[in-house]
Design a protein around this ligand. Sequence first.
Ligand SMILES: Nc1ncnc2c1ncn2[C@@H]1O[C@H](COP(=O)(O)OP(=O)(O)OP(=O)(O)O)[C@@H](O)[C@H]1O
Length: 974
Amino acid sequence: MASVVEDVLNRSQTLDLDSRRAQEAGILPTFVNPSSIRRYEGAAWLRKMVGVVGAKDLPAEPSEEEFRLGLRSGLILCNVLNKVHPGAVSKVVESSCDSAAVPDGAALSAFQYFENARNFLVAVEKLGLPTFEASDLEQGGKSSRIVNCVLALKSYSEWKQAGGHGTWRSGGTVKPSTPNKNLVRKNSDPFASSLSRTNGQSQETDNNKMHNSSLSTLVRAVLMDKKPDEVPILLESLLSKVMEEFEHRIASQVELQKPVPKDAPTLNGNRTFLKHTSCDVKVEDKRSSVVVKDKIPHKNSVPDEEVKRKHMRHQMAFDAQQEDIMSLRKTLSTTKAGMQFMQKKFLEEIQNLGQHIFGLAHAASGYHRVLEENRKLYNQVQDLKGNIRVYCRVRPFLGRQSNVTNVVDCIEEGTITVNTPPKYGKGRRSFNFNKVFGPSATQEEVFEDTRPLIRSVLDGYNVCIFAYGQTGSGKTHTMSGPKDLTENNQGVNYRALSDLFYLAEQRKGTFQYDVSVQMIEIYNEQIRNNSQNGFNVPEASLARVSSTFDVIELMNLGQRNRAVGATALNDRSSRSHSCLTVHVQGRDLTSGGVLRGCMHLVDLAGSERVDKSEVTGDRLKEAQHINKSLSALGDVIASLAQKNTHVPYRNSKLTQLLQDSLGGQAKTLMFVHISPELDAVGETLSTLKFAERVATVELGAARVNKDSSDVKELKEQIANLKAALARKEGEHESVQVRRKPTGEIGNTEARKKYRSRQKTQSIDLDELLGNSPPWPPVSSPGETYGEDDREIGSGDWVDKVMVNKQDGTRGTVGCWEPENSRISDSFYQKYLPEQSFNIFPGGNGFDVATTDDLDELDAATSDSSEPDLLWQFNHSKLSSLTNGGMSKVNNLNAKSTRSPELSSRTMIPNLGPSPSKKMTNMAPQRGGRPVASAEFKRKTGNRVIKPSALNHARSDFYPPILSKHTNLRRRRRF
Ligand SMILES: Nc1ncnc2c1ncn2[C@@H]1O[C@H](COP(=O)(O)OP(=O)(O)OP(=O)(O)O)[C@@H](O)[C@H]1O
């Protein structure tokens, strides 16, 4: 680049010949180009060194061309160098003919020129002096480089003559180096130093430096006499010239790169072509191309061969590069094709993957659907088998519990895995249930899975939902909700009732439903009505409700009345088992059929280890009762799971309460609750084990309690007929009873004794049935029907109806109002015998007979069938709830009124005999004809109705034939 600029500057500064002549002639002022000065200086020194003869070809002040031609033979240069550095050029080819005769000063053959020039350049290079190209001696070469070389040689000579001390520098001092050593540059010019990257380049760097110095001199010379405003224009034109020149040279270079014909080898890769001739060299073109003719002496063919070799090397390198390029292109196109192929494949893969993922997602959703379906089917199978459903719920950690270890490892749909400490066996244990709710499950979510059961109640099924678990595990939370109740945190009870009303409302076009509820609790093995203001208020516990609002009122009341106490484990620990019972009767408006459903929602008191709950006194007593009843529940479950014939329901009030739900054809759901804390793991494990056992209990498929209108009609007809028969028999029996002397043995005697003690009156059923009064008329204030005895031994029923002597007014808000009620009479027939005991315990106007002989009988029949005994047991307990006036006669009476079918519909369900399968055989169906009414009450007052007559009137409630076993037992009892 620098040389290009220099040339341009030279040219621009070189005055044309005319100008020079004009200058010389004094026409124009003399302007000496700095490069010319240097050239003159060089020429003068050379002339001085070789003498006038030796320098005959070199004028004192040569033009560029003269300078080049003068030195072209290389003779002057070689001789001067040998003078400066003797022996530097070992062989100098002298001229064989007069150079002057040769135009262009070419006195020597081309080979000789080349030989001398080459020898000189090699020697100069060895000395570390700036060199030039041999082609610079030809036209078009760079004479400035020759000048530089000559001046450097001059400087070197002077330095040597001065003793060669110090460092020789171009234009100054330079440290003489050994011939093979390159000069050490001291100049730290950044531009120049950027060019000197390697030692091998230092000579070139020196050249550059000289170029730079000449360049700057030139620039200065050019701009010296210019006005400042001319400088930019000048520079611009100079630069454009530089660009032009540069482009031109590049174009030439490219041209030279082209393959050269074999017969025209290039000499040095530049624009110079040598043509071999026999003895002369003629310049073929203006660019000083030397054409070497074929007939070249063998001696002269050395450089040609070298050139050839060089060319061959270049050619080979070029070919190799071409090959490489070709193979690279090939590789590139292969790679490109490969890439395209891979891209295509990749896209296909992505598409496939997308489809696969879509398929998987579809399959996954299908899988979940199938799982859900499976779960439903499983539940349906369980329903068909009558399995008790078990849902497990894990309570979250409570606010006060921090840094407590969680024993619940993981929860899946129906599986809960618990980490068990070594002392409890395996490290992890899994339990399977119908559903497991984690700590974050909301009340709504928990209820959602319960919802179908609520529908079942309206469809005529009996349903029992009960909450089980250790104290403080969240039973009350699930069933009722927390203390601060809101719509969102309402428990199952509230939601069930509002759902019930909602569904009833939806079905009002086809069904008309009557709903009544009752809340009782078992506290210290005593049953008490909890939905009244005060436990001993003798008011109807069955409250008819017509809206959710009523129910909420009632439930709130029940909750308030419930026994609650603080323990170490729960601030508000329920100390009683609570049961909310809902009776639903639906009349099909089209067919007239009646559906009866009953639902028990039971919140059990929690089991507790008294050492943990730290209870004493009353709390301790409560805890003992609670644990005892829960252990009785465990026994019942174990017995049911093993399909034992004897199930110990009677061992506690609780098991009696749940008897229908556990032993009958009800749909039963247990919510088992666990606490997640590590210190409760023992209780948690036993709770879960128990719950697993409960899940295995098969109750048999649930049955719908449905009376079609035809059946109902037929039942009524039968009842009428039986009543007529009973009337006749009753008349007869009544006469006999009155006539019989005391001391008669057997049941008749016992009954007589009992009746006499009761101070009740026997009434004729004709009176009762004449007006077809509804059965039982207890719903009228002040009326109760509790006694219902049966003559067993003869296969004939001896029913007694206890009629309250006192007609006290009992009407209360929310109490049952039979006159307006749509609930069928049979509903009362089925429930109120028991209910009467609950609502109006002895002492409340009842004439209750308590007989020692009956005690004896009870004792004697203590091994009697479970339901019988339970019935008996219930009533005795119930009587003890109140003023103790309730007698075992009542139990007997009550017993006789029970039927298995009824038991599942009772207001206190398990207080009556179980509707278990075995009982189904013994217990006749009831229903149909009402036996009493308000009118009945008026007529009877507080008398005992002739049992046989009553029996016949209600015979459709009972099976015509009792089992032998039961008959015997009953007979014994009487
Ligand atoms: N799922 C739950 N989410 C939030 N708090 C809960 C949950 N379950 C229970 N609790 C809280 O835990 C505490 C104990 O619950 P709860 O009284 O219902 O237990 P319990 O099993 O009925 O106890 P007990 O048998 O002693 O009556 C209460 O403060 C209750 O609000």
